[in-house]
Design a protein around this ligand. Structure first.
Ligand code: SF4
Length: 340
C-alpha cells in the first residue's frame, strides 16, 4: 500500500521491489514481450507505469475481448486473478500469465462454487446471474454473467416469473432490484473491501463542497457499486452524476465544461483521466480507495513474468467449458456502457 498515495500521478522513477520503471526497464519489458509474441493488457486500476507500458488498458471485459481477438501466443494480464481467468476461458489455447498470482479479489472471494450450489438447492429453477468478479468455478455454476453496466438489462431479459439469484455484490444487487422492481430477485451479501472508502456521507460531503463539480462513477469493478447505489438513492443530485464506462468516461472528461470532477472509483482510474484532460482537476471521492490486489502487479513482477513465463493461469477445461456459456451470454446482452 506504500504506493497508494502516488497512484494516479506520475511516479516515474519510484522503485518497486527494487526495480525502477525507467527506460532500461521499458526496453527490456517490450523486448521480452516481442520475443514471446505476448500482448500486455493492463486494467485501469493498475499502477501508472504498468498502464503506460501495456499494449492495451481498459476494464476487465474489454481486455478479455481484446485477448480473445489477439493473435498473440501469450497474454500477460496485469490485473487480478478472476480477470486473467476470464481471458483464459475465452482464449483456451493461449498462454495466459498474471505477474503475481496472489492478486485476488475480495469480492470474488465472497462466494465459492460450493456456496452457490447450496444456494441453488434452496431455490430450484432459479436463474443464476453472477457479476463478472467471480471465480471460474462460480461462473461454471452460473446461467449468465453480467457487468455492472449491463446487470439491469441482463435481469430484465429473464422472464418475470422466474426467481433470480444474484451474486456476489450486494450493492449491485440492490441497485438492480430497485431498477427492475423485481421482488423475486435474491441478493448474495458479498462486497469489495474498497467499498468502505466510498461511503454515503463522504460522497454527499464531497459533492456539497464542490457544487460545480461533475461526479463520474466508473462501475466496472466492485469498488464503485456502492456509489452507483447511493447516486440512485439521491445522495447526490442526479444531473451531476455520470455513470460511465472507461471509454465514455475519457470522452466525458474531454467534453465536460466542469473544471472539477469527483471520481468515485478505485484511484488508479485517475491516471487515465488526467492523461486525457490535464486541464481538469480530477479528485478522488476517497483517495484511500485503492485495491491492494491491483497494486501487487509491480514493474518487478511484470519483468519476472516475461522472463520466467509465470505465473501461468490454468482453468480446468471442463470448468472453462461450462463457464464460457455464461460469459458469452453476458457479451451478447449489450455492450457495457456502449464500449470502453
Ligand atoms: S477493487 Fe474490489 S472488486 Fe475490484 S479487484 Fe479490487 S477487491 Fe476486487
Amino acid at each position: 500500500m506504500a504506493a497508494t498515495a502516488s497512484v494516479g500521478r506520475a511516479s516515474a522513477l519510484e522503485p518497486y521491489d527494487g526495480v525502477r520503471p525507467d527506460a532500461a526497464w521499458r526496453e527490456e519489458v517490450l523486448r521480452l514481450a516481442e520475443r514471446r509474441n505476448a500482448v500486455i493488457l493492463a486494467h485501469n486500476y493498475q499502477l501508472p507505469e504498468i498502464q503506460d507500458i501495456a499494449h492495451h488498458t481498459g476494464d476487465s471485459l474489454a481486455l478479455s475481448r481484446i485477448a480473445a481477438d489477439s493473435d498473440a501466443d501469450t497474454i500477460v494480464f496485469c490485473g487480478v486473478h478472476f480477470m486473467a481467468e476470464t481471458a483464459k476461458i475465452l482464449s483456451p489455447t493461449k498462454t495466459v500469465l498474471i505477474p503475481d498470482e496472489r492478486a485476488g479479489c475480495s469480492l470474488a472471494d465472497s462466494i465459492t462454487a460450493e456456496d452457490l450450489r447450496a444456494w441453488k438447492a434452496e431455490h430450484p429453477g432459479a436463474v443464476v446471474v453472477s457479476y463478472v468478479n467471480t471465480t471460474a468455478e462460480v461462473k461454471a455454476e452460473t446461467d449468465v454473467c453480467c457487468t455492472s453496466s449491463n446487470a439491469v438489462d441482463v435481469v430484465r431479459s429473464i422472464p418475470a416469473d422466474r426467481e433470480v439469484l444474484f451474486c456476489p455484490d450486494q450493492f449491485l444487487g440492490a441497485h438492480v432490484k430497485r431498477e427492475t422492481g423485481r421482488e423475486n430477485l435474491h441478493v448474495w451479501a458479498g462486497e469489495c473491501h474498497v467499498h468502505a472508502g466510498i461511503n454515503g456521507p463522504e460522497l454527499a460531503e464531497k459533492a456539497a463542497a464542490n457544487p460545480d463539480a461533475d461526479l463520474f462513477i466508473h462501475p466496472e469493478c466492485g469498488c464503485a457499486t456502492s456509489a452507483l447505489y447511493l447516486a440512485g438513492e439521491g445522495t447526490v443530485p442526479q444531473d451531476r452524476v455520470k455513470i460511465l464506462s472507461t471509454g465514455d468516461m475519457v470522452k466525458a472528461a474531454r467534453g465536460t465544461s466542469a473544471r472539477t470532477v469527483l471520481v468515485a472509483t478505485e484511484v488508479g482510474m485517475l491516471h487515465q483521466l488526467r492523461r486525457a484532460a490535464p486541464e481538469i482537476d480530477f479528485r478522488a471521492v476517497n483517495d484511500r480507495a485503492a485495491c491492494r490486489y491491483m497494486k501487487m502487479i509491480t514493474p518487478a513482477a511484470l519483468l519476472r513474468a516475461l522472463r520466467e513465463g509465470r505465473d501461468e493461469v490454468h482453468v480446468d477445461p471442463d470448468v472453462a467449458e461450462r463457464a464460457r456459456g455464461a460469459v458469452q451470454r453476458m457479451i451478447a446482452i449489450g455492450q457495457p456502457g456502449g464500449g470502453e
